[in-house]
Design a protein around this ligand. Structure first.
Ligand code: MG
Length: 264
């Protein structure tokens, strides 16, 4: 079932989204050569506690994963792309780091991910990041009343195809609002003009992610961390978007004048 949110409810998700945007930008500043992933995880734990927010990841226990998740961030390095378990690892020059964060504030959830390069970037890695960011931008652009879900998916797919990156079809975007995962599933491939009709009040997490040379994935023995099957490097970009009568509203993009952006 898809629950349409009122403008007031979207505004509450926007407050959560602004908090997430702020934290992801802090992580971008903090992540540097020699910095340990556990330090990043602890920074976010503190910020969530100070804000009185709730982590959506803590105790998350889907069908995969060995036991409930006991972290508040997903930190995925290089060939790891989704659900990366924060662990004792000091970042190295040239690492690709994806930071993914979902929290609720007063019962309203938002979810976003950002990929950065630590230290000196390689051209191939910059290209990969650019592809996920462009795919996210065109996906957002298609998130308007009257379009169909397939328009979002097809727009994302066209960017990946243009860059020559294969697309995995097991993990994509999702609805969200009162919880982290709601209907519908938003695949990163699809046909324009097909699928669910988009309506004002839908709130979606769009999340293109690509590995350079494979669409296949493997899980670490921890059951969480998902890597490219061939070890090729990966990137992931995600925003929470509300479909409004005026078009897409990106709830997890930093907006200096929004109420929650000054509470850092
Ligand atoms: Mg996410």
């Amino acid at each position: 079932m898809i629950e349409l949110k009122s403008p007031a409810e979207i505004e509450r998700m926007h407050t959560t989204g602004q908090f997430i945007a702020q934290i992801l930008s802090e992580l971008s500043e903090l992540a540097d050569v020699g910095v340990n992933l556990l330090d990043l995880e602890h920074h976010v734990r503190n910020r969530i506690r100070q804000r009185g927010a709730q982590s959506c990841y803590w105790d998350y226990a889907p069908s995969f994963g060995n036991g409930p998740f006991r972290n508040v961030t997903c930190l995925s390095v290089n060939d790891a792309v989704l659900h990366g378990l924060p662990h004792d690892y000091a970042l190295r020059d040239g690492d690709i780091l994806t930071t993914d964060l979902a929290v609720g504030i007063d019962g309203w959830v938002a979810d976003a991910a950002r990929t950065i390069i630590v230290g000196t970037p390689a051209d191939d890695d910059l290209r990969l990041l650019r592809a996920t960011e462009e795919a996210l931008a065109v996906g957002i652009e298609a998130a308007r009343p009257g379009n169909r879900l397939g328009d979002i998916s097809a727009a994302i797919e066209a960017v990946a195809t243009g860059y020559g990156y294969p697309i995995n079809t097991e993990f994509g975007g999702h609805g969200l609002g009162r919880t982290m995962h709601e209907d519908p599933h938003v695949p990163n491939t699809g046909r324009a003009g097909r699928g669910l009709k988009l309506r004002a009040g839908m709130t979606l997490a769009l999340e293109p992610w690509f590995a350079r040379t494979t669409d296949r994935i493997v899980f670490d023995p921890d059951g969480w961390t998902i890597r490219s099957a061939d070890g090729s490097r990966t990137a992931h970009s995600e925003h929470t978007v509300a479909i409004t009568e005026d078009g897409p509203l990106v709830l997890t993009q930093r907006q200096p004048h929004h109420a929650d952006s000054t509470s850092a």
